[in-house]
Write a protein that binds this ligand. Structure first.
Ligand code: HPA
Length: 278
C-alpha cells in the first residue's frame, strides 16, 4: 500500500458518501476556530475515524471531523481538527487531510490557525493574511520517496500563498467591515512549547510577523498537489516576552474564539467570491 493508495481509498469513500456534492473549496479550521463550521448550512459531518486510512488528531480543542456544507450558496469541505507536528506523527500525516481534499476535487484551500504576533502593534483578536512563510519547524511532509501522482519532486514555492486570493480576501474584509486586517509572514515552529523571548527576538530579526505550530506542512502539500492557497492567522497573543505574563493554550483557545467573529464575517463574503473565481 502506498500513500497514494491510502489517499485514493479515503477520497473514494468520501466521494461515495457525498453523492453529488463536489466542493471546490477546502477550509482547515485552527485552534479556537472550530465553531466556524456552524456557519455552514445543509452540513454533512463525517468523523475522521469513519474515513478509511484517515489519521486522527489528539489535541484538546481540535475536533476530528470533515464537514461539507454550504456558505453563501457555495459548497465548502471543512476539516475541523488537524494533525500537528508536535503530536509526533510521521510528517506525511500532516498533509493527509489536504491531499484527501484534493482527491475529492478541492482546488482552492483556505488554511486558518491561531498564532502569536511578532508585532507589538498587532495584538490579540486581529486577523493576518499569510503573505509568505518561513518553515522553521524542521518538518517537511514531502520528505521521502516522491510519488509523481501526488506532485513533482521539487515544487516551486514562489507564489505559495496566492496573491490573487489575498486580493479577494482584502475585498471581502472591506465588504465585511473588517478594517484592521493585516498581512505578513508566518513562521512555523514544531512546538509544543511556546517560544522563549530570545527565540521571539530572533524571529522578528528573520522577518517574520507571526509564529505558530501548524499550517506550513498543509500549504506545502497543497502546492505540491497544485491547489491555490489562502492563509489567515487569528492572533491570540503577542510573542513570548512581548507581553506581561506567561502564554497558555487556554488563552490561545479563548482569544482564537474572539477572532472567530471577524473571521466568520470575512469568510461569509469571501467564499461566494471564490465560488465565482476560476
Ligand atoms: N507561539 C506559537 N504558537 C502559537 C502562539 C505562540 O505564541 N500563539 C498561538 N499559537
Amino acid at each position: 500500500m502506498t500513500l497514494f493508495d491510502d489517499i485514493q481509498a479515503s477520497a473514494a469513500f468520501l466521494k461515495d458518501r457525498l453523492g453529488e456534492r463536489r466542493p471546490r473549496i477546502g477550509l482547515v479550521l485552527g485552534s479556537g476556530l472550530n465553531d466556524l463550521a456552524a456557519s455552514l448550512s445543509d452540513a454533512m459531518e463525517i468523523e475522521y475515524s469513519a474515513i478509511p486510512r484517515f489519521p486522527t488528531t489528539t489535541v484538546s480543542g481540535h475536533h476530528g471531523k470533515l464537514i461539507v456544507g454550504s456558505m453563501g450558496g457555495v459548497e465548502v469541505a471543512c476539516l475541523q481538527g488537524r494533525v500537528h507536528a508536535y503530536e509526533g506523527q510521521p510528517a506525511e500525516k500532516l498533509g493527509y487531510g489536504v491531499r484527501t481534499l484534493a482527491g475529492i476535487g478541492v482546488e482552492i484551500l483556505i488554511l486558518t490557525n491561531a498564532a502569536g504576533s511578532l508585532r507589538s502593534d498587532v495584538g490579540p483578536g486581529r486577523l493576518m493574511l499569510i503573505e509568505d512563510h518561513i518553515n522553521f519547524s524542521g518538518v517537511n511532509p514531502l520528505v521521502g520517496e516522491n510519488d509523481d501522482r501526488l506532485g513533482p519532486r521539487f515544487p516551486d514555492m514562489t507564489d505559495a500563498w496566492s496573491a490573487d486570493l489575498r486580493e479577494l480576501a482584502q475585498k471581502a474584509a472591506a465588504d465585511a467591515h473588517v478594517d484592521d486586517l493585516t498581512s505578513g509572514v508566518y513562521l512555523m515552529v514544531k512546538g509544543p512549547n511556546f517560544e522563549t523571548p530570545a527565540e521571539i527576538r530572533m524571529m522578528i530579526g528573520m522577518g517574520a510577523h507571526a509564529v505558530g505550530m501548524s499550517t506550513v506542512p498543509e500549504c506545502i502539500v497543497a502546492r505540491h498537489a497544485g491547489l491555490r492557497v489562502l492563509g489567515i492567522s487569528s492572533i491570540t497573543n503577542l510573542g513570548a516576552g512581548m507581553q506581561g505574563g506567561a502564554l497558555t493554550h487556554e488563552e490561545t483557545m479563548s482569544e482564537g474564539a474572539r477572532a472567530a467573529i471577524p473571521l466568520r464575517a470575512l469568510l461569509e463574503r469571501l467564499i461566494p467570491k471564490l465560488g465565482a473565481a476560476r
